[in-house]
Design a binder for this molecule. Structure first.
Ligand SMILES: C[S@@+](CC[C@H](N)C(=O)[O-])C[C@H]1O[C@@H](n2cnc3c(N)ncnc32)[C@H](O)[C@@H]1O
Length: 249
């Protein structure tokens, strides 16, 4: 029988010991392919006991629970904005979504990181998730279509123009937006956002704003979303935390 990992075999692959079972050989080949990817963000279970070594520590099913991903997405279309390695795209597909589009720009276009992790996971999982390299600010019904569920996870605080980004996201949301984001200014009782001029948030100069929950709600409403609910709070530290909001069109 030809293994589905046969395509990964090359004479350059680490030497294969003699008398090895097909299953062990698959695991060796898969581990070698995973190790070729310089940076993994997500921990994705690829089978054969191989889990990608994601720095983002994303795991199933707790992470999916935390964002309140509907248990069944049967018959729905899902857009994953800023998908990186695609953990949430594959989770949506596993939950029955009829079409999933994973989009990203910054990481996928980076020469140091790229898209190889997403592509390897998609191949190994035999996934039908589609992909498109597109910036959040370029999203429109004409370019990507309109999706029942849109995931905007860990992306909002990377936006220099967060309101514009939410306007673009609203334009492609058919029903539900699931927004996960860093928040700040929790000690402020008015809608407010911290502005990170440099790399003061996590030593990352691509982080721009930390809105508080009132600001997140106001920003979502100003883009057109309704029925906004805070569904999860995690990693509370000082005036900061991570929060998940659900917002309906
Ligand atoms: C912190 S990671 C979050 C990855 C994933 N959504 C998650 O929650 O685990 C931020 C992602 O947003 C993407 N991103 C940042 N700026 C972007 C932009 N302007 N347009 C599209 N994607 C962007 C990055 O490339 C990266 O994949």
């Amino acid at each position: 029988m030809r293994s589905k990992f046969y395509k990964f075999f090359s004479p350059k692959t680490a030497a294969i010991p003699e008398n090895i079972s097909l299953q062990d050989m698959e695991t060796l080949l898969l581990k070698a392919e995973v190790a070729k990817i310089p940076t993994w963000h997500h921990c994705i279970d690829l089978g054969c006991g191989v889990i990608t070594p994601g720095g983002g520590k994303t795991s199933s099913p707790e992470t999916e629970l935390k964002i309140g991903l509907p248990e069944s997405l049967a018959g729905m279309t899902v857009l994953d904005v800023g998908a990186w390695d695609g953990f949430y795209s594959f989770a949506a597909e596993r939950r029955g979504a009829k079409r999933v589009l994973a989009t990203d720009s910054f990481v996928w276009r980076s020469p140091d990181i790229g898209k190889a992790g997403f592509e390897l996971a998609r191949t190994v999982l035999e996934s039908q998730v589609e992909d498109m390299e597109i910036d959040v600010l370029e999203l429109s019904p004409e370019k990507v279509g309109v999706f029942d569920v849109v995931l905007l996870l860990g992306v909002l605080y990377h936006m220099r123009h967060p309101l514009l980004a939410l306007d673009r996201v609203f334009s492609v949301t058919g029903k539900l937006l699931i927004l996960e984001t860093h928040v700040d200014m929790l000690d402020c009782s008015r809608p407010a956002a911290a502005f990170y001029c440099g790399a003061e948030l996590n030593n990352d100069p691509t982080n721009w704003f930390g809105p508080n929950p009132l600001a997140v709600k106001g920003m979502l409403e100003s883009s057109g979303f309704r029925d906004i609910k805070l569904v999860n709070t995690a990693q509370v530290s000082g005036t900061c935390a991570r929060m998940v909001f659900h917002a309906w069109r």
